[in-house]
Design a protein around this ligand. Structure first.
Ligand code: NAI
Ligand code: MG
Length: 360
C-alpha cells in the first residue's frame, strides 16, 4: 500500500524536523509492505510574508484531494498583531474537521520524582468549548467599567465522538501492551476530565455524554475502566502520580492546559509529539514551536517529530509501523549516547534520525 503524505514544514526548525520525519518514513523496513509518496506544501508566517496568506488554498485542497495524512512542523507567530494573519494549523483543523488533538506523553527513564514510568495520552476535543471565540465586550450598566464575555459551547455530538475516540485509543493501547507483555503493569483506563460541580450544564453535558459513549456496547467487554476527575484536582494528581493515568479525555480548554502541563513531566519540548485527528485523516505535529533561537544550526531535536510520525501512522491504521518507530526512538533515548543539546548531548538532528533508523 502507498500512503501519500503532505509535508508542511512551516517556519524555523520546522524546516529541519519535517525532513527528518520524511527520512524516517522512507527508511521503514520494506517487510511492512508500506510505501510512501510525498507532496511539499506551504503554510506559515514566511509563506504569509511572501504570498499574503498563511494557509494557501492549494495546501488545503491538496491535503483533501490527494493525501492520506500529513506532517506539520511549526509556524512562527508575528510578534505584533498583523492584519490578515491567522494561525494556519487552527484553520487546518477546522477545514479538515480534525476534531481531536492527541498527545502521548511518555517518560524516557525513571527519575527520583517519578520512579514509575509515565505513559499516558491526552485526548483533547478540538472544535468547541471556549475556543469557538464568540466573545463580546460591553459597558457595565452601573458605569463601573467594561465587561467581557465568552461563550463556552459544548455539544453532545462533539463530546460523544471525542470520548469514543478516547475509548478506541484505550483499546488499542491495551492491545499493544498485551502483545508486548506489559498488560499486567497497567490497567486500561479512560479518565473523563470536567468541572461539572460548577459548570453543571456545559461540563455536565460533556461528562454525561462522554460516560455514555464509553459505556456503549462496543466497549462493553473491552476491560477499560472509566473514571471521572474534576479538572483542578486532576492537575494535582497528574503532577503527583502521572504513572496512574492512561487515557485522559477533556474538553478543549482543559485539554490544552493539561497537555502542555503534561509535556513538562517528561523534560524537553523536543520530545513530545501530537496528532490532529479526524475521521480518516491525521496530521502529525511536534508540540514545540519554530524555536528561532536554534534555527539553522542543525541541532533541533527531531524526536518529537519522529514520534508524531508514529502517532499519525496509528491513526492511518498502521499500528505495526508505529510500534517499530516508538521502539527505535525509546532505544535511542534510553541508550542516551546520541542526544541533542536540549537533552544534554551534542548530537545533531540528522545524526539522531540515523541512529533511530539504524534500530529498525
Ligand atoms: P518554542 O517551542 O519554539 O521554543 C521554546 C524553547 O524550547 C526554545 O528555547 C527552543 O529552542 C526549545 N525547543 C523547542 N523545540 C525544540 C526542539 N525540537 N529541539 C530543541 N529545542 C527545542 O516556543 P517559543 O520560543 O515560545 O515560540 C517560538 C515561535 O514558535 C513563536 O513564534 C511561537 O508563536 C511559535 N509557536 C508555534 C507553535 C506551533 O506551530 N504549533 C507552538 C508554540 C510556539
Ligand atoms: Mg497549547
Amino acid at each position: 500500500r502507498t500512503l501519500r503524505i503532505g509535508l508542511i514544514p512551516g517556519d524555523g526548525i520546522g524546516k529541519e524536523v519535517i525532513p527528518a520525519g520524511r527520512r524516517l518514513l522512507e527508511a521503514l523496513p520494506p517487510s511492512l509492505g508500506l510505501k510512501f509518496s510525498f507532496v511539499d506544501l506551504e503554510a506559515g508566517f514566511e509563506c504569509f510574508k511572501s504570498t499574503g496568506v498563511a494557509l494557501p488554498d492549494k495546501t488545503v485542497e491538496t491535503l483533501k484531494k490527494e493525501c492520506d495524512g500529513a506532517l506539520f512542523g511549526a509556524v512562527s507567530s508575528p510578534s505584533t498583531p498583523t492584519k490578515g494573519y491567522s494561525s494556519p494549523i487552527v484553520a487546518l483543523r477546522k477545514k479538515l474537521d480534525l476534531y481531536a488533538n492527541v498527545r502521548p506523553v511518555k517518560s524516557v527513564a525513571p527519575t527520583p520524582a517519578f520512579p514509575d514510568p509515565i505513559d499516558l495520552v491526552i485526548v483533547r476535543e478540538n472544535t468547541e468549548d471556549l475556543y469557538v471565540k464568540e466573545e463580546k465586550t460591553y459597558d457595565a450598566a452601573d458605569g463601573s467599567g467594561k465587561i467581557a464575555e465568552a461563550i463556552k459551547r459544548i455539544s453532545q455530538r462533539a463530546s460523544s465522538r471525542i470520548a469514543t475516540m478516547a475509548g478506541e485509543i484505550a483499546v488499542r493501547r491495551q492491545r499493544v501492551r498485551q502483545s508486548t507483555g506489559d498488560a499486567a503493569n497497567k490497567q486500561a483506563l479512560v479518565t473523563i476530565t470536567h468541572k461539572s460541580n460548577v459548570l453543571s450544564q456545559t461540563d455536565g453535558l460533556f461528562r454525561s455524554t462522554a460516560r455514555e459513549a464509553l459505556e456503549a456496547p462496543r466497549f462493553q467487554n473491552s476491560g477499560i475502566k472509566i473514571e471521572e476527575q474534576i479538572v483542578d484536582s486532576m492537575v494535582y494528581k497528574l503532577f503527583r502520580q502521572p504513572a496512574d493515568y492512561d487515557v485522559i479525555v477533556a474538553p478543549n480548554l482543559y485539554g490544552d492546559i493539561l497537555s502542555d502541563g503534561a509535556a513538562a513531566l517528561v523534560g524537553s519540548l523536543g520530545l513530545v509529539p501530537s496528532a490532529n485527528v479526524g475521521d480518516g485523516f491525521a496530521i502529525g505535529e511536534p508540540c514545540h514551536g519554530s524555536a528561532p533561537d536554534i534555527q539553522g544550526k542543525g541541532i533541533a531535536n527531531p524526536i518529537a517529530t519522529l514520534r508524531s510520525v508514529a502517532v499519525m501512522l496509528e491513526f492511518l491504521e498502521q499500528e505495526e509501523a508505529a510500534a517499530i518507530i516508538y521502539k527505535a526512538v525509546d532505544a535511542n533515548l534510553s541508550e542516551g549516547r546520541l542526544l541533542s543539546p536540549d537533552m544534554g548531548g551534542t548530537a545533531g538532528t540528522e545524526e539522531i534520525v540515523e541512529d533511530v533508523i539504524r534500530r529498525f
